[in-house]
Write a protein that binds this ligand. Structure first.
Ligand code: ASP
Ligand code: MG
Length: 464
């Protein structure tokens, strides 16, 4: 059995939906369990419309519901061949749009939009989408059955990003789904949505369908969990930056997590947790190229080639430095810096402090740079006046480049080779950090230098 998740773009238009149907049909011998997202753009539009509803922009609400309705009914009208099935889907979807219209009306009347209401509204995207996928699959002679995840995935009441009750959910999943799979049925399950024990709709957080895939794949002890996307797999580097970037056949869970922290579009670390606990491999596959094996993410790193697996970068960052003679040996400076930033919700992406303690520097998103500076200037105003801190400076438009690979742990010379390559490319290093996990080396360079930096490191480790 394989649990397969299809994301919003994979089910987002007529052509892609037909591709999905033939993929599921072709993989029938593998006993697929399908999890799918809303059609691309739908969740955003549902949530946006809720904002219009609360502001009583009745015209826009009406127009948006029409847009959504057309988008979905067009799928039924164009793709479904069986007349009875077509009628049934149209009726069900029309009734759902009536419900949705009422929900928006309620929001308008009350002028109140809670996280709980937003979850209820967002859930329509996955329900509409999975209903039509199930119907389409039947047209392709796949014995599909629509299943609403709210009937068996149980969460707490943390609306917007609810926490899953795994004990209940795992039992429910097995009890509900295994008999169906045994009968040859292909469940088509709504991603992203769930419910509380008193049947209130919740969601698992934006982009939560991957998570649903992993939860179900793990609960059912699937052989593998396949995440269908539109690339052949995880690559050694961003192909826009590096000529000769290639697909990695295998990476470890830890490498995948590390890569996604550093901006590679792999899979969200939280998403992998259920799969990791059951040691179930996750495979990234391409809907445009189904026979390609993709990238297998599992416990082992599959170190066939280089110990360095991949080079990623995050752009649009600033590096802020705080320096002063008064900082040496004074406990609590770092705590004050990072508490101040946490108070205003600024995410710190990398930290580096030399052991002289004379300077601490850290990287924040460029868009947060001004507010970070102002909160730090007020936090340290007295220290600045007393010259305990000389200055708080900033360098804008920088990027973090991260070199990731599990085999780097304990392998000597990786850092040397990396930084020699950077120097030979004529690139100036702004700051460096290596986590003690030794799974990655990350450093900051000017945004203008990213491309040649990534290419140089890719070349020096012969990743192509
Ligand atoms: N439809 C949801 C979202 O857009 C979940 C997903 O796409 O995974 O966030
Ligand atoms: Mg999505």
């Amino acid at each position: 059995m394989i649990t397969m998740k299809f994301g919003g773009t994979s089910v987002g238009d007529l052509q892609r939906l037909q591709d999905v149907a033939s993929i599921v049909h072709n993989f029938l011998p593998q006993h697929p369990v399908v999890v799918a997202s809303a059609m691309s753009g739908v969740t955003n539009l549902l949530l946006e419309t809720a904002q219009h509803a609360v502001h009583r922009d009745a015209e826009i609400v009406k127009k948006n519901i029409e847009t959504l309705k057309e988008k979905h009914l067009n799928v039924a009208n164009t793709l479904l061949k069986d007349a009875a099935r077509h009628r049934e889907l149209i009726n069900t979807q029309t009734a759902l749009f009536d419900d949705l219209t009422n929900l928006y009306r309620g929001v308008s009347l009350l002028k109140e939009l809670s996280a709980r209401s937003l979850d209820a509204i967002a859930s329509y995207g996955e329900i509409l989408s999975c209903l039509q996928i199930a119907a389409l699959l039947k047209d392709y002679d796949v014995p599909a059955e629509f299943i609403d995840a709210r009937t068996f995935i149980r969460t707490d009441r943390h609306f917007g990003e609810a926490a899953v009750d795994f004990a209940v959910t795992n039992n429910n999943s097995r009890a509900l789904l295994l008999p169906k799979v045994e009968q040859g049925i292909v469940p088509v399950i709504t991603g992203f949505i769930a419910s509380t024990d008193d049947c209130i709709t919740t969601t698992l957080g934006r982009s939560g369908s991957d998570y649903t895939g992993s939860i179900i794949g793990a609960a059912l002890d699937s052989e593998e969990i396949w995440i269908w996307t539109d690339v052949d797999g995880v690559m050694t580097a961003d192909p826009r930056y590096v000529s000769g970037a290639k697909v990695l056949p295998e990476i470890s869970y830890r490498e995948a997590a590390e890569m996604s922290y550093f901006g590679a579009k792999v899979i969200h670390p939280k998403t992998m947790m259920p799969a990791i606990e059951k040691n179930i491999p996750i495979r990234i596959k391409n809907t445009f190229n189904p026979p390609h094996l993709g990238t297998l993410i599992s416990k082992k790193s599959g170190n066939a080639g280089s110990v360095v697996k991949n080079i990623t970068s995050i752009d649009y960052l600033s590096v802020i430095s705080i320096e002063g003679n008064g900082m040496m040996g004074v406990p609590g400076i770092s705590a004050r810096i990072f508490s101040a930033l946490a108070r205003i919700g600024v995410n710190v992406m990398m930290i580096s402090q030399a052991s002289s303690e004379h300077n601490v520097c850290f990287v924040v998103p460029d868009k947060d740079c001004e507010k970070a500076l102002s909160v730090l200037r007020s936090e340290f105003d007295i220290d600045l006046v007393r010259k305990l801190i000389d200055d708080i400076t900033v360098q804008r438009h920088v990027s973090i480049v991260a070199v990731v690979g599990e085999g780097m742990k304990g392998t000597r010379g990786i850092a040397g080779k990396t930084f020699t390559a950077v120097a030979d490319a004529g690139v100036n290093l702004v700051a460096i950090a290596q986590g003690s996990s030794e799974l990655n080396i990350s450093f900051v360079v000017d945004e203008a230098d990213v491309k040649k930096t990534v290419q140089a490191i890719h070349d020096v480790f012969h990743l192509n």
